[in-house]
Design a binder for this molecule. Structure first.
Ligand SMILES: Nc1ncnc2c1ncn2[C@@H]1O[C@H](COP(=O)(O)OP(=O)(O)OP(=O)(O)O)[C@@H](O)[C@H]1O
Ligand SMILES: Nc1ncnc2c1ncn2[C@@H]1O[C@H](COP(=O)(O)OP(=O)(O)OP(=O)(O)O)[C@@H](O)[C@H]1O
Ligand SMILES: [Mg+2]
Ligand SMILES: [Mg+2]
Lengths: 255, 255
């Protein structure tokens, strides 16, 4: 059964999608069979990668009973990496999608089906603490909360930590917070990092690996590719994600 | 009756809250009675401004029938500016909040009540195209869509334009798209700006005023204040928002 790792945040634009994409690439390149699953109705993962062809079938078709698990799994150029995209969802139907996800039955069924197909499922979610995020937390094993190292982000992050704790107590005792991941860090000596480390020290605290603000991540998003796909000359940033992957491994082991 | 101007986007972290805050300050400083209304369950507006005191009562209390319109209006240091914050909403109750907003009755009632109290209501929303955003668009007069000038943002923006058009046709013919607002622009010659101008030219197209990426905006968020509150030495950035306000005026007049 796969390990289900969710990227979640209340704040928008903190890097959930960017991190999910790059993490999935790194796990797959280590030879682990990995699925990158996009549960965000925004559908950034599939849009980025399926750009030049008709949109892939994905979660939306599965929820509408128009596709099977096998029909929504898309092989990538990396042998161990498959993608399950959002699929065809009209922007006007997002409310419908939210309601279906909220009832959770189909979501659990989807995740159980995917869990037999890989060792890791990396799950991207919409920002906010609404029903899609709640439903996902209720069915996941592990959660990572990316955040920007800035004062106002502290409050937003403590709110999602509260929700994670609540989900653990009420619905899903198996859910483990792997940690808070500083992203888009501009100064390694940022005072906010100290604050974060103090607030959330210890297991489930802040990751030692921090992801710097770097043009290459934004650039990769521009052309819709994770940095892993961009090839050799990005080994520094790519190594940062490898470092993150090992840290995730040890936290999973300790959990 | 007030003009209701919504800041909306599918993409997270594009600057809805930052722009709503600064725009409200600029309108108020021109002497127009303005309400800044925070409909995002994230509650960034109230959290930023009410930081050192118990959280203000706001939308949440109104929806639960625990406060009247007058009890949720908070006077700021700027005479013409009052704030209606999210109010006390536990992070675990965001799903509930979403459901109440979806039924729209109470939201319409809230907006009708506030519309008698001011000339402008600047409305902040959560990111995404879910029920809170849809309900808000159904009850608003004008909408501004901030976006970052980058390739992948184009798709996200055209999705929300589709939803706006749908709401106009199906629920709210009075809704006018004032325009798309480039925010966090780093290069005034960014090729993405040209693409945006081409895609969405003409009324309801891209604003001529663009908001540059500037430390001061992030810094203002850090201490939880709009740049208008930061005083004299920010006249360059503040003037950018005055320019935006005049452009909004002419677009409203032309609408
Ligand atoms: N470390 C980084 N350095 C530079 N840019 C980054 C970094 N991480 C993310 N970005 C950029 O920041 C923007 C937001 O990132 P992303 O879309 O991954 O966030 P998100 O949390 O998924 O947003 P949403 O709330 O819309 O789902 C994107 O333009 C992305 O390319
Ligand atoms: N023009 C700008 N220059 C520099 N930083 C900016 C600018 N506009 C916004 N920011 C910063 O970018 C971050 C995101 O902005 P903001 O919170 O206003 O976006 P949002 O769309 O409201 O996000 P959410 O989707 O979470 O509601 C904040 O840290 C803010 O301070
Ligand atoms: Mg995302
Ligand atoms: Mg906001």
């Amino acid at each position: 059964m796969a390990k289900r790792i969710v990227l979640a945040s209340q704040k928008g634009g903190v890097g959930k999608t960017t991190i999910a994409l790059n993490l999935a690439v790194v796990f797959a390149e280590k030879g682990r069979s990995t699925i990158l699953l996009d549960l965000d109705p925004q559908g950034a993962v599939g849009l980025a990668l399926a750009r030049d062809e008709a949109e892939w079938m994905g979660v939306a078709e599965y929820l509408m009973n128009k596709a099977t698990i096998d029909e929504i799994l898309h092989q990538t150029k990396i042998p161990s990496l498959t993608i399950v995209a959002r699929g065809g969802l009209d922007a006007r139907d997002v409310c419908e999608y939210e309601k279906v996800m909220q009832s959770q039955g189909l979501l659990k069924q989807l995740l159980d089906g995917l869990s037999r197909k890989a060792d890791y499922i990396i799950i991207d979610t919409p920002s906010g603490l609404g029903m899609v995020t709640r439903a996902t937390l209720a069915t996941a094993n592990y959660v990572i909360v990316p955040m920007q190292a800035e004062h106002l982000a502290l409050r937003s992050t403590s709110q999602i930590l509260r929700v994670i704790e609540h989900v653990r107590e009420q619905e899903n005792p198996d859910l483990e917070l792997l940690g808070i991941l500083p992203n888009m860090v501009e100064l390694s000596k940022d005072p906010a990092l100290n604050v974060m480390n103090t607030l959330w020290s210890g297991f489930g605290g802040v990751f030692d690996t921090i992801i710097p603000r770097a043009e290459v991540f934004a650039a990769a998003s521009q052309i819709g590719l994770p940095i892993g796909f961009l090839g050799g000359k990005l080994s520094f940033e790519a190594r940062r994600f490898e470092q993150l992957a090992s840290e995730i491994d040890s936290r999973i082991e300790a959990a």
